[in-house]
Every structure is written in C-alpha cells, then in structure tokens.
Design a protein around this ligand. Structure first.
Ligand code: AMP
Length: 421
C-alpha cells in the first residue's frame, strides 16, 4: 500500500486533498449530518499542523446541468462547517480550475486550507466505461456531457497544476475512476501521492486483514438482495468457516430449497444462484446457516401484527426479521469467532418491531470484538444499523463507503489506489 499522508513532507507545500464532503442537506441547504467532514479532519489537520497548504476538493450530489445548480450544489455550506470544525475560516474557491482559482490558491498561507468548488459542477469529473457494441472496445465516456465545459484531461491538468502533492482520503469514491481520483494523481506521479488516514484504515480492514484472517472467520450476510452481495460471498467463501444468512436474502435461499416463504421478498431470478452458493459452500467445507425462525407480519406499515413462525413462513405472512431462536444460535456461533465480516442487517432494523435480531447479533459481534476478534462492518445500511442498536463504538471497523466497501470485499483493485503507488 502507498504512503500515508503523514509520510509526505508538506511544509510550505500545496497539497491537493481529495476528500468526501458529499454530505446530506435539507431543502434549505443546511447540512443534516457532518460525519463525512469530521471523518476527513485527521488527515486535513495532519497537513495543516505541519505547515502544509491544503487544497481540498470533493463532489456534492448529482448536478444535472441546470443553471440553478451553481447555488444548489455549491460547497459553500461545507466550507463554513469545515471552518467551524477546524477553528479557522476556509475559503471557497470560485471553481476548481482556471486563473481565479489559481490566484486564490497562490494566496494561501502555510497551515491554511482552501476548498475548491464542487468538482461535478465542472462537468468532466464523472466518467464511466462503455463497451462499443460493434468493436467491443471499452471506452471512457462522460456521463453528464450536457454541461461539459472542458475535457477530462484538461480538468485533470487544471487541478494538478494547482498542487505539488496529492492525498486521497475519499474512500466512498475510491471505486470510481474519476478525474480527481485517478487523473490528478496520475499527472503528479506516485512519489508525490499518499493515502489519507481514512482510506488507509479502510484498506487495512477490508482488504489486508482479510487476506489471512484469524480463524474462525464468521461472515454474516443480510440486507435486501442476494444479488448485491454475491461478489463478496464468492470472493471470501474459501476463507470463511461459517456463513450466517439473514435479512430478506434468506428467503431467496429458502425458496430455492423448496421451503415456503409466504409473501416475503424473494428474488425469483436468483434461485439458481442461491443453490449455487449453497453447493459451493458445501464443497468448500463452509457451514452455511439459514434462519430457523422468523418474525413475521402482515405488512411493514402495520408492525403491531407481529408473530414468530418456525421453520417456514406461513401463507399470507411476510418475514421481517430473524426469530429469537435464530438470533440465539447466531450469537452462539459468534462467541468463538476471531474474524467477523458483516454486511447487511438481518431484519428491517429501521422498524423497532423488527430490530431485535439485528440487535442480538450486533451485541454478539461487539462481545466477540471485546474478547479480541476483528470485526468489519460493510458501509451504508449496516453502518446505521450499528448506530441504531448502539454498538458502533465497540467494533473494530465500520466502513464509511457503501459501494466502495462492497467492491473491496469482492476483491477488486481500485485504480484510485493503484495510482498512489
Ligand atoms: P442492503 O442495502 O442490501 O444491505 O439492505 C438493507 C435493507 O435490507 C435494510 O433497509 C433493511 O430494512 C432491509 N431488510 C433486511 N431484512 C429484511 C427483510 N426480512 N425484509 C425486507 N427487507 C429487509
């Protein structure tokens, strides 16, 4: 893995820092959760406290090219909030490239920070790969060409010219081959680049610690769909000792095995896939556990009509959580675990009536962690589930990235990290 930010000599240097300030906002533009800004502070402070000049950059939302976007998607509220958190005002640059931005960057003093305006307002930040149907050639295409102002290469050059060093601490975007993630560091060269502390920790837990996991290795897979998690299961199956299945995903496995699932969510086009995973687990000597009981209801909007069903889901009912016997069984398995990977809540934890399974399993993961296990929680819904049931401070690592964490667990290599050296 590449250097980390603290290994760069930053004194008096202009340090381009790609961070993830894609924060949620209310209709008035006020930031409703500043967690992402706070997560980037250790790397930013490290640069500022050592006399570096931080040139911060991020995307925000998905601007469509509308003239009103400049205001709606401006990073101005982020610059203000970041200033409060850092205890020093943070200037917002009038764009991310060009002479006016250059002037603002040149005026920056040691130990001070400037924030470039939302990268996606420049139009060339987002790119995707597309296969030419005729030639089969894979090309980079711009997704939002409607308001493209300049080409991606120009944009990368324009940003790279602003800085002397580059730090990537935007884990949530690491799986994207965007200008600011790949183009800019490629121009500066790996010797001028480093990973931020946040990215470093994500890679350490989602990749390095899982390369040779301490045993027993227990994986918990839940959430809504088998299809979202298949890559992770396939990649880690040969290392895992026990695979505990929960959430709506279990019903696809049950249906595939001929067990009645009532009205529960089933991915009917993934039944073969579920059987394939079961077979693979068997061949690999992995113990695959499905729920033995379920908390069922009539519909999500009426969570009071709740009962426990054993072995199968009755006709007309829908499963919303694992039942108490399953939760106990899974907790028992987790007691001896030394490595735990968990992705996807085992029930509809957002609704208190269907939260208990996730709470019991989370408590068991936290207890195993207290006893020395390494616990890694995939991002997105699983992260908020851990907060809701109150164990978030007791786990080894809760990923900040949804898609990026899944892709690392799937064993993918990111260009944004390769380019750091
Ligand atoms: P995912 O993004 O695939 O990890 O899915 C997370 C979502 O799965 C959460 O919002 C849960 O409410 C939902 N979920 C978990 N268990 C169930 C279930 N039994 N039925 C329906 N949705 C579920």
């Amino acid at each position: 893995m590449a250097k980390t930010v603290d290994q760069l000599t930053v004194k008096g240097k202009r340090v381009l820092m790609r961070v993830d300030f894609n924060v949620p906002q209310d209709d008035s533009g006020a930031i409703t959760d500043d967690r992402r800004i706070r997560m980037a502070l250790p790397s930013i402070r490290n640069v500022l406290e050592r006399g570096g000049r931080a040139i911060l950059m991020s995307h925000l939302g998905r601007p469509s090219g509308d003239p009103a976007d400049a205001k709606t998607y401006s990073l101005a509220p982020v610059a203000k909030r970041l200033g409060e958190l850092l205890g020093q005002a943070v200037t917002l640059a009038p764009g991310c490239t060009g002479p006016a931005v250059r002037k603002a960057v040149d005026a920056l003093k040691d130990g001070k920070a400037i924030l470039l305006e939302n990268l996606r307002l420049a139009g060339s930040e987002v790119e995707s790969k597309k296969k030419d149907k005729k030639t089969g050639e894979v090309k980079l295409v711009k997704k939002w060409t409607s308001f493209e102002e300049q080409g991606a290469a120009d944009m990368a050059k324009g940003i790279a010219e602003l800085g002397e060093l580059y730090v990537n601490d935007a884990f949530g975007t690491c799986h994207r081959d965007h200008v600011s993630m790949v183009g800019v560091p490629a121009l500066l060269g790996a010797d001028k680049c480093a990973a931020g502390f946040l990215v470093r920790k994500e890679v350490e837990y989602l990749q390095e610690k899982l390369a040779k996991p301490a045993k027993p290795f227990v994986m918990i897979m839940g959430g809504a769909k088998v299809s979202d998690k298949i890559g992770v299961i396939e990649n880690l199956l040969d290392k895992v000792d026990v695979l505990l299945i929960g959430g709506a995903m279990s019903y696809t496995f049950m249906k595939a095995a001929g067990v009645p699932t009532g009205n529960s969510l089933v991915e009917t086009d993934k039944l073969d896939l579920a059987n394939h995973i079961r077979e693979k687990a068997k061949t690999a000597g992995v113990r695959l556990e499905l729920p033995v009981d379920f908390v069922v209801g009539d519909d999500l909007k009426n969570p009071t009509a709740t009962s426990v069903a054993v072995g199968r889901i009755p006709d007309g009912k829908e499963g919303f959580d694992i039942g108490p016997a399953t939760a106990k069984k899974y907790a028992e398995v987790l007691k001896s675990a030394k490595t735990i990977v968990w992705n996807g809540p085992v029930g509809v934890f957002e609704t208190p009536a269907y939260r208990e399974g996730t709470r019991v399993v989370a408590e068991a993961v936290a207890a195993a962690t207290d006893a020395g296990a390494v616990s890694v929680i995939g991002g997105g819904d699983s992260a908020s589930a851990m907060e809701v049931v109150g164990v978030d401070q007791r786990l080894s690592h809760i990923s900040t990235g949804g898609g990026a964490s899944l892709e690392l667990l799937e064993g993918k290599q990111f260009n944004s990290l390769k380019v750091l050296g």
